[in-house]
Design a protein around this ligand. Structure first.
Ligand SMILES: Cc1cc2nc3c(=O)[nH]c(=O)nc-3n(C[C@H](O)[C@H](O)[C@H](O)COP(=O)(O)OP(=O)(O)OC[C@H]3O[C@@H](n4cnc5c(N)ncnc54)[C@H](O)[C@@H]3O)c2cc1C
Length: 353
């Protein structure tokens, strides 16, 4: 299947709408909620209702996090520009406005994408409209997510969860958290499953919120689980531990969410480049795309280099989302996109400053 790297025509309205939202709704309240760390940005309620409306009416394909689902029944031989690509593009535009506010959007958490990626149809319906955070990271486990220690033990009709999760985005504000836990540490990564844990479940406690240097509008929580009982129907996907499948169930979440996280870096870095270009223009520095970088001023040459780096991350991000839409295995591309865009985001924003 050929990949066409132009913006799909059908997503242009969605993208332009996301850009307007970033410019007219997010940027004006950006500084306010950065200063008022942990205060809920109530202005987002209206925006979230609008996204809900678009998703329900079907008018806004990919308008919400719950749209990132690989559906067998939609699959034929045609090339698709679907919800993963649309949502990746919309997220980049909103993050051009403010990443912290994008992360604070009700019902659009990474947990919602996790549910969309792994839940069966019944669960999909049961958890529709729930605002879900995602809890994988633990005090002793970050990048090596196959090494988590939180346990889930079957007891009658419930799983009993014990452990501690850190850095849970929207951990205080959300309605439920998708928690990764192991059914049996001895069985390795195949025993890792995800569980939807509603916030009022006894035994689950938000311990504290982190103070951060950036994206301060977004709450980042530590959550403990002590004999926390969740109905066994809240295990997402299959309860079977199949060593042949390995990490497949859990990875399906990452395959769909990593391109979205990459998009956040892409949007934020684009905003830095746009502002830097304005400042350079005001200062009389010309950026000439037809002249060799080394014969231009150092600032212009650096800008060209940063822009090329941005483009590489952007294209890889679109490719990994597009592959998800077309049911192509994308674990490698999604991982690379997130790593590349993350590094590019740091490099570009720091150099622009
Ligand atoms: C603002 C924010 C929000 C977050 N939100 C969530 C959330 O909602 N849910 C959630 O579950 N988690 C969340 N996280 C956690 C995030 O996913 C982890 O921080 C990430 O997985 C990295 O883990 P770590 O911080 O333990 O770093 P580490 O894994 O300890 O990595 C530290 C450094 O070592 C490098 N490194 C790691 N392993 C290797 C290796 N094998 N070889 C070479 N280098 C290596 C890494 O690249 C990195 O530079 C959030 C984090 C932040 C900062």
């Amino acid at each position: 299947m050929p990949i066409n790297l132009d913006d799909p025509k059908k997503f242009r309205p969605l993208r332009s709408q996301a850009h307007q939202v970033a410019m007219n709704m997010l940027r004006p309240i950006s500084r306010k909620y950065d200063r008022a760390e942990h205060e809920y940005p109530k202005e987002l309620d209206m925006l979230a209702a609008m996204i809900d409306g678009l998703s329900e009416s079907g008018a806004g394909e990919g308008a919400g996090a719950a749209g990132v689902r690989r559906d067998d029944k939609d699959q034929d031989d045609t090339v698709k520009n679907g919800t993963n690509l649309a949502w990746a593009m919309a997220i980049a535009e909103r993050c051009w406005g403010d990443v912290g506010l994008l992360l604070s959007m009700p019902r659009q958490g990474l947990g919602n994408s996790a549910i969309a990626s792994v839940a069966d149809d019944e669960q999909q319906q049961r958890f529709a409209g729930v605002w879900a955070g995602m809890a994988i990271t633990e005090p002793g486990t970050g990048s090596d997510s196959a090494n988590i220690r939180t346990t889930a033990t079957l007891d009658g009709d419930h799983y009993v969860l014990n452990g501690e999760k850190i850095f849970v985005t929207s951990g205080e504000r959300c309605d439920a958290v998708v928690v990764w836990a192991t059914l049996d540490k001895e069985l390795g990564r195949a025993a890792i499953k995800s569980f939807v844990v509603p916030k009022d479940t006894p035994g689950m406690r938000v311990e504290r919120l982190e103070h951060k240097l950036g994206i301060r509008a977004s709450d980042t929580a530590t959550i403990s689980f002590e004999n926390c009982r969740v109905p066994k129907e809240n295990l997402l996907g299959s309860a079977e531990v199949d060593p042949k499948q390995g990490f497949a169930g859990a990875m399906a979440t990452f395959d769909n969410t990593r391109p979205l996280v990459a998009s956040m870096a892409v949007g934020c870095a684009r905003a830095s480049l746009d502002l830097t270009r304005e400042i350079l223009t005001e200062a009389g520095v010309e950026i000439d795309y037809d002249k060799p970088a080394l014969s231009q001023s150092a600032a212009a040459a650096t800008f060209l280099q940063l822009e090329a780096d941005w483009e590489a991350a952007y294209l890889l991000t679109l490719q990994s989302a597009w592959m998800a839409d077309n049911r192509k295995p994308n674990s490698m591309e999604a991982s690379m996109a997130k790593a590349k865009a993350g590094r590019m985001g740091s490099d570009v924003t720091l150099r622009c400053v």
